[in-house]
Design a protein around this ligand. Structure first.
Ligand code: GLY
Ligand code: MN
Ligand code: MN
Length: 463
């Protein structure tokens, strides 16, 4: 945990920006895999972690923004708990470690909220994403299941985003650590990959490294020779000479800060010329995105510059045609990169996605687009020092999408559909780095950068 002053200052900063009422924080509970006591690995809610630091199930907290009172709700362990789980610090001591001096048992929370409601106080809550907390909100506040995200407090969400999106030096140190674990995961997989292995063996190696250095992977590992499926979680195929392998994975530190890298490697250790040609375009788009990442530029314009590199490269190869700027304006490149350039990262791999991308990636001046491709850009607003983002351009050949565009004549002035027939078995390429926006520019997170050219990837694989 960070020092108690870190948490105290965060809570003060949050409360000072909210006009009135009570801020309700619901921590997470355990979730059963196949019966109640056989649980998934516990993961605390990230906003609860950010403001209250305690990494344990069944906690909640309130801040009364008018009186300044802060209370953590949670139960001390019983002798039965101690028999199965061992001794635990008292709730008062846990609360004191994050600067809170009032603790009430969990079942007092409903009564506390009833009293506040009877006094006409506003109770702010964040959009829930776990069923347990959705039931709690229904039971305690009568929040209708179908409208809980809409009933969440916009003022509270905006206050949380404003603080969490600018990383302080303690968080940056954790993010560098997460990046180093992510590096080790990818570097090991790159060195170990050999034709004849099953994809799953590499997933196991990467997951083991994440667990041995931190809590767990920051999201279920994406690793497949069918990299044209953007989030492919099937890992049953045998690595085969001539195919590409997309590996998208990162780690969570013990403090739950994330990393998120993608590298694409030749399954047999050597790229074909056709693969190198596409790889070099994606790598150039990635390099340009990093070079442009700095305060005072919108992330949407970094995205558009990166996809322009992609479109120009595909025009040079004869897979696209026409004027590059017109092609990008029409969204024609999105046939090959239907996703956005990147997203914010922090305690969540897609940071604060539970609070809504409308607040995290956009604001009143920067509104999400509706065009295919651009609408999947998770972040469009102005970059500021302390933002942490991932840049992850890619190029994919998705047969079903190509067929659809071809049959419907979508962007036919910009796509050479006939030439794409040779690419139906290509798969995809994505290259993703984690980046801190600094006062004057940016820097890559982590000590070392993973290989990002065909030559450097092949050199590592041949060692
Ligand atoms: N973790 C999927 C992504 O790169 O956004
Ligand atoms: Mn990723
Ligand atoms: Mn990502």
């Amino acid at each position: 945990m960070f020092s108690k002053e870190v948490y105290t200052n965060r809570r003060k900063a949050l409360a000072s920006g909210i006009k009135s009422g009570i801020l309700l924080f619901l921590g997470n509970s355990e979730a059963g895999i196949n019966y109640i006591d056989n649980t998934y690995r516990f993961r605390q809610d990230s906003s609860f972690l950010y403001f209250f630091g305690l990494d344990a199930p069944d906690l909640a907290a309130v801040i009364d923004v008018e009186s300044g009172e802060e209370i953590i709700f949670g139960n001390d362990v019983t002798i039965d708990d101690i028999i199965w789980m061992g001794p635990q610090p008292a709730m008062m001591d846990k609360a004191a470690s994050v600067g809170v001096n009032r603790v009430l048992p969990s079942d007092e929370l409903g009564k506390y909220l009833d009293k506040a409601k009877s006094l006409g106080r506003k109770i702010h809550f964040l959009p829930p994403y776990r069923y347990h907390n959705r039931i709690q909100l229904f039971k305690m506040l009568g929040a209708d299941f179908d409208n809980q995200r809409e009933l969440a407090s916009e003022e509270f969400i905006k206050g949380v985003v404003a603080l969490r999106e600018i990383k302080d030096k303690y968080e940056i140190a954790e993010l560098d650590k997460a990046a180093d674990i992510g590096y080790a995961m990818h570097y090991t997989a790159m060195r170990m990959a050999k034709a004849g292995m099953v994809e799953q063996e590499l997933v196991g190696l990467m997951e083991g490294i994440a667990i041995s250095h931190g809590t767990m992977p920051s999201f279920p590992i994406i690793l497949s020779q069918n990299g044209e499926t953007l989030h492919n979680h099937t890992h049953h195929q045998i690595l085969t000479e001539g195919r590409l392998l997309v590996m998208d994975a990162g780690a969570e530190t013990n403090m739950h800060y994330a990393s998120d890298f993608t590298r694409t490697i030749p399954a047999g250790g050597k790229f074909t010329q056709k693969q190198k040609d596409i790889y070099n375009i994606v790598s150039a788009a990635n390099d340009l995105a990093t070079a442009m990442t700095k305060p005072g530029i919108t992330y949407r314009s970094v995205h558009l510059a990166a996809v322009r590199v992609l479109a120009q490269g595909l025009i040079n190869l004869g897979l696209m045609k026409g004027d590059v700027d017109e092609a990008v304006a029409a969204g024609a490149h999105a046939l090959f990169m239907p996703h956005g350039l990147g997203h914010q990262m922090g305690l969540d791999v897609h940071d604060m996605e539970d609070l809504g991308e409308k607040y995290v990636g956009y604001d009143s001046e920067h509104i999400r687009a509706t065009q295919f491709g651009l609408k999947s850009l998770r972040m469009g607003k102005m970059l500021r020092p302390g933002h942490v983002i991932t840049n992850e351009p890619g190029c994919y050949f998705i047969p079903a999408l190509i067929e659809k565009w071809k049959n419907e004549g979508i962007n036919k002035d910009f796509i050479n559909f006939d030439k794409l027939a040779d690419y139906y078995n290509f798969g995809g390429i994505r290259i993703e780095d984690d980046i801190l926006v600094t006062e004057n520019g940016c820097r890559l997170l982590g000590e070392k950068r993973l290989p990002n050219t065909p030559e450097s990837v092949e050199a590592e694989m041949s060692k």
